[in-house]
Write a protein that binds this ligand. Structure first.
Ligand SMILES: Nc1ncnc2c1ncn2[C@@H]1O[C@H](COP(=O)(O)OP(=O)(O)OP(=O)(O)O)[C@@H](O)[C@H]1O
Ligand SMILES: [Mg+2]
Length: 435
């Protein structure tokens, strides 16, 4: 998938996900409003019930007509003070609200609309709120001017309603989180796959290029050897044969490098562990490597101060690891390379440090360089040749020896790689011998 289409798919899917989240939020708000109106309806029913009950009472003043407050209302004779008694109202309200499942903390009062005052009630500090509450019922007779109104106020009405929606809210939140998590995971994996694809194609291009040079040199040199004018000249024959030999060695080294990676990936490499002296390995490598450094007018220093430099390790693999670090220190120094190799003893092991004053590595790339095929991006051109395998190989080998490889670097200042290798294998060997 090309980059533009990939980005478009990501943008569209993110927009769809955002749309789903917004719609979900809209539905939750809608459900809240529905629950709110259901609640209001339940309170209204409870209030109506309270008033109906109250109208059935028979105060003394109208007992002579043998009718209740309701009947007298029909005849237009209701006497408010006789029919609406605070004590009766209080017990009726408490009873009704309990039955209708709205027995949360509530406050009520009977307000007089003409005088704008509260006649009586149980309203605590919420007197003001009674005048704005939506839960009210008229205590005046039908078709008569509304004077007395019974009002109820719930201080935590929103909380009551959210509580009723809690189950749905939790399920919605979990589903949304799952959706967002799944989506993010898929996008991240897709991006990683894409990056890996790009790195692999870079690697193949790079490898083809690297192989082409020795192949064409060998082909040219062998053509020259076949040339009759050269055939009799021993010196020239020697020179071309040497070229073929060294280019062939270079090719073999590259092929081995590429094959190593396949072996590492499958985890099929085996360590031939023996007691080795790390200092001797380093000295031997540096003896050959210093020629390369000197050619570039550089310098390589050794400060081998570890008192105990004997460990149990695979000599060939360990030499490759140190060689990779030396090779990088030289390759990634644009001016004359200044390299220092140090050793010292750490707790139960030895540390090998390779330091250069080269181009350094930015913090975001420091996390990536140990990954297979990763090379610090330098635009479209890579002036320094390489496959991006060296550090991945080194890390895998060091970890197989139960060691660690760390890096400290600053762009344009240089880099310091430190390989820690434990002695513990010696200890376990000794333990085995003692047994
Ligand atoms: N000492 C260093 N200074 C600056 N950058 C470095 C150094 N060592 C490694 N890097 C960066 O880390 C990347 C990965 O290094 P690694 O050795 O794995 O691969 P490579 O050198 O590109 O190729 P090869 O597989 O041939 O070693 C390099 O491409 C380079 O960008
Ligand atoms: Mg390298």
């Amino acid at each position: 998938m090309d980059k533009k289409r990939f980005n478009l798919v990501i943008i569209l899917t993110s927009a769809a996900l955002l749309g789903i989240i917004l719609m979900q939020a809209y539905w939750v708000m809608d459900a809240f409003k529905l629950k709110e109106s259901q609640f209001e309806h339940r309170v209204k029913l409870a209030l109506k019930s309270v008033v109906d009950e109250m109208m059935l009472t028979q105060p003394d003043s109208i007992r002579e007509n043998n009718s209740g407050c309701g009947m007298s209302c029909e005849s237009g004779m209701i006497v408010f003070d006789d029919c609406v008694k605070p004590r009766v109202l209080d017990s009726l309200i408490n009873l009704e609200f309990k039955q209708l499942d709205v027995d949360r903390a509530f406050y009520y009062g009977v307000i007089n609309k003409t005088s704008h005052q509260i006649s009586f009630g149980n309203y605590g500090n919420y007197g003001e709120q009674l005048f704005t509450s939506v839960h009210s019922i008229s205590l005046s007779c039908l078709y008569r001017p509304e004077i007395h109104v019974l009002v109820v106020y719930f201080p935590d009405q929103s909380l009551i309603i959210w509580n009723e929606l809690l189950g749905w809210l939790i399920i919605s939140a979990i589903l949304l989180l799952l959706l967002i998590g799944g989506f993010s995971y898929s996008v991240i994996s897709l991006m990683k796959q894409k990056k890996l694809g790009e790195m692999k194609s870079d690697f193949v291009n790079n490898m083809t290029h690297e192989f082409k040079t020795p192949i064409s040199t060998i082909s040219l040199a062998s053509e020259m050897l076949l040339n009759p004018s050269v055939a009799g000249d021993i010196e020239k024959t020697h020179r071309y044969a040497n070229i073929i030999q060294s280019e062939n060695a270079r090719l073999r080294k590259q092929v081995e490098q590429v094959l190593q990676i396949a072996v590492l990936d499958k985890g099929e490499f085996s360590l031939k562990q023996r007691q080795i002296d790390v200092h001797k390995v380093i000295e031997h490598l540096i003896k050959n490597f210093s020629i390369v450094v000197k050619k570039r007018r550089g310098e390589i220093k050794m400060e081998l101060s570890a008192k105990n430099s004997i460990i149990v390790a695979d000599k060939d693999h360990l030499s490759n690891v140190i060689m990779n670090l030396l090779d990088n220190a030289e390759k990634y120094s644009h001016c004359a390379p200044l390299i220092t190799v140090r050793t010292w003893n750490a707790e139960k092991g030895i540390v090998i440090g390779v330091e250069d004053q080269g181009i350094g590595i930015s913090p975001e790339n420091q996390k990536q360089i140990f990954k297979n095929l990763y090379r610090v991006p330098t635009g479209n051109v890579h002036n320094v040749k390489g496959f991006g395998i060296g550090l991945y190989y080194s890390k895998t080998i060091v970890e197989a020896h139960k060691g660690t490889i760390t890096l400290q670097s600053e762009p344009k200042q240089g880099s310091r790689f430190e390989v820690y290798l434990p002695f513990y294998q010696i200890e376990s060997d000794e333990q085995e011998r003692q047994k």
